[in-house]
Design a protein around this ligand. Structure first.
Ligand code: ATR
Length: 279
């Protein structure tokens, strides 16, 4: 029985144990997946103790994703580009670090939501860790135009600089813009800010939405409600981050087990479970 866990602080709310238990049942994998709370200043020690107990790997969540690369002897190219790691595999000859958030978002957009990224106009709102984690894989889908808009302009510029060669290699026009003047008529608008957690208003004007745009908030549950309501009120198709959550987990599962689970029934089960939660 191989052991995995999600390590974070806080970690109690994490849906990952539920998701990975469903994947393991479905694919017949002999594994257990738990939660581990790490003290804020002892992330490395917590991971090393977990590995020493015989575990095979872990997911890393808030606020440790940017500390996790230092624990990996080897990183996948997408983890290097993201500057953060959400999946560690404790191989005997050197730990591997991967970041599955971006590919998870791409799979949710193109597979579950049936959106077309190739040739489209995409707006990414935010330039923090969540935005950095997804930008590379989004660019690989070859949108025509990609704009990063952020409250602090310097952070958007820095993010675009680290991805400029990647954008060029994939034929994408990548630029930055201020939140109050970031252009109009985007086919896909992705909210990667944490503004809703502080009760902030929607950080961009509704004119950013093209007719029938897809507007996705990387949050889920009550934190996504205001953004989804805003999308619906302006003729866009709103989508929360639950699909991305399940897809990034499936990619981590594949990284560990070399088996690809069917995500559709797990996303449905998770939506049912969320609907049953009184908030
Ligand atoms: P995360 O890991 O969730 O991305 P983060 O790295 O702290 O967390 O980034 C939070 C993002 O949300 C940033 O883009 C931040 O903008 P700044 O770079 O200007 O700080 C954005 N954000 C947070 N509160 C916001 C608000 N009230 N309005 C607009 N953007 C906000």
């Amino acid at each position: 029985m191989d052991l995995y866990a999600v390590i974070g602080n806080p970690v109690e709310h994490s849906q990952s144990p539920f998701i990975h238990a469903r994947f393991a049942e479905q694919t017949g994998q002999a594994m257990r997946y738990e939660r581990r709370l790490s003290p804020p200043d002892a992330f490395a020690e917590t991971v090393r103790a977990f590995a020493a107990s015989g575990a095979a790997g872990c997911n890393v969540t808030v606020p440790f994703k940017t500390q996790a690369p230092q624990l990996a002897a080897r990183r996948t190219p997408r983890a290097v580009l993201a500057g953060s790691v959400n999946t560690l595999r404790f191989d005997g000859d050197g730990w591997w670090g991967d970041n599955t958030d971006g590919i998870g978002l791409v799979r949710d957009l193109t597979g579950n939501a049936r959106a077309t990224l190739s040739g489209s106009r995409v707006l990414l709102i935010g330039a923090g860790g969540a935005a950095a984690g997804v930008l590379g894989p989004l660019l690989e889908q070859r949108p025509a135009t990609f704009v990063v808009a952020n409250r602090t302009a310097a952070k958007a510029s820095a993010l675009v600089r680290t991805h400029a060669a990647h954008a060029h290699a994939h034929g994408v026009s990548l630029g930055v813009a201020p939140l109050d003047d970031c252009g109009v008529g985007f086919d896909i608008v992705i909210n990667a800010t944490s503004s809703s957690l502080q009760g902030g208003k929607i950080p961009v004007a509704s004119t950013v939405l093209a007719d029938h745009a897809l507007a996705l908030d990387m949050m889920y549950g009550p934190a996504a409600h205001a953004f989804l309501r805003w999308a619906g009120e302006h003729g866009a198709r709103g989508r929360d981050g639950l699909g991305m959550l399940v897809e990034q987990a499936a990619e981590a599962f594949h990284f560990w087990r070399s088996v690809r689970p069917d995500t559709a029934p797990v996303l449905l089960a998770l939506r049912d479970r969320q609907a049953g939660v009184k908030t």
